[in-house]
Design a protein around this ligand. Structure first.
Ligand code: R5P
Length: 285
């Protein structure tokens, strides 16, 4: 078996390679003069694990090329971050269901797929091969434990994310709640934990994705007003577009951490253990 990594998943792929004791296939990435992508993988074997986060359209193409390069082997695709997954419904006529389009394209040439904390697990049905979701909530919980906060309160940004937050909180037996939006007037909205008082608490807001940081920045400002002592943020996929990191710091968030599913300078948490365990537990390994 060999592991192929596309260009934006090299650190995580290397960590998975160490955990599974499976070598990485050396891969050369270049472009043709017209900008089209090219890759060449050395020393492929009869089984290939392709590790590729779809962080942008280039990485989607690179993943398709990697799958095709390994067409003579049995392929497993690990998609730590599945871009396009948030458009998982048709909201207006004439729109694509982007999650479905991407899942269908990626299913071709692979035997099975693994994704990490996909926005809506229902989107896994769009793959035409067996596809599993791997959660790194326990790894985020261990990260929170390492922050050495006093009696932290774990908050989900909305009710839909409470299960993930509860899995994080379970690591330390911490309190857990979700943030509820209440409209005070036409212009004024209040965001506060549904049941637990944030006053005097060290708060950690956990989410699957931080993109623009807008959701968390608004919540952080209001939690401060409610008397939270400190506010931290931890997410799986740190997309962090348009100055999100600085926006969050400016909103009073003391620490921001994400995982290596979307490699960047705040990727302090690794998904490698959880992915390696899911692969080895799978009957086809
Ligand atoms: C939404 O349902 C997701 O779970 C995240 O809360 C959302 O994608 C975060 O987006 P942003 O950082 O742009 O507020």
């Amino acid at each position: 078996m060999r592991i192929i990594s596309t260009e934006r998943s090299q650190v995580l792929a290397t960590r998975i390679s160490v955990k599974l004791a499976v070598p990485l296939a050396e891969t050369k990435f270049t472009r043709f003069p017209d900008g089209e992508m090219y890759l060449r993988c050395e020393g492929l074997d009869d089984k290939t694990l392709i590790v590729s986060s779809i962080v942008d359209s280039d990485m989607l193409v690179q993943t398709l090329l990697a799958i095709d390069a390994a067409d003579r082997s049995r392929n497993t695709l690990v998609i730590p971050y599945l871009g396009y997954a948030r458009q998982d419904k048709r909201f207006a006529s004439g729109e694509p269901i982007s999650a479905r389009a991407v899942a269908r394209a990626l299913s071709c040439g692979i035997e099975r797929a693994f994704v990490v904390d996909i926005h809506d697990p229902g989107a896994l049905d769009y793959f035409s091969v067996p596809a599993k979701n791997v959660t790194i909530a326990p790894a985020i919980g261990r990260y929170v434990g390492d922050l050495n906060l006093k009696n932290p309160l774990i908050l989900a940004p909305d009710e839909g994310a409470i299960e993930f937050a509860a899995d994080v909180a379970a690591v330390g037996g911490w309190d857990c709640d979700f943030l509820q939006k209440t409209r005070i007037s036409g212009e004024e909205v209040q965001i506060a934990p549904k049941t637990v008082d944030a006053a005097g608490r060290e708060v950690v807001i956990v989410d699957d994705i931080i993109s623009t940081g807008g959701t968390l920045a608004t919540a952080a400002r209001m939690l401060r007003e409610q008397g939270a002592v400190s506010i931290h943020a931890a997410c799986v996929h740190g997309v962090l577009v348009n100055g999100a990191y600085t926006r969050l710091r400016a909103a009073g968030i003391s620490s921001i951490a994400s995982s290596d599913t979307y490699e960047n300078a705040s990727s302090f948490i690794s998904a490698a253990n959880a992915i390696a365990a899911a692969i080895t537990e799978d009957v086809h390994y």
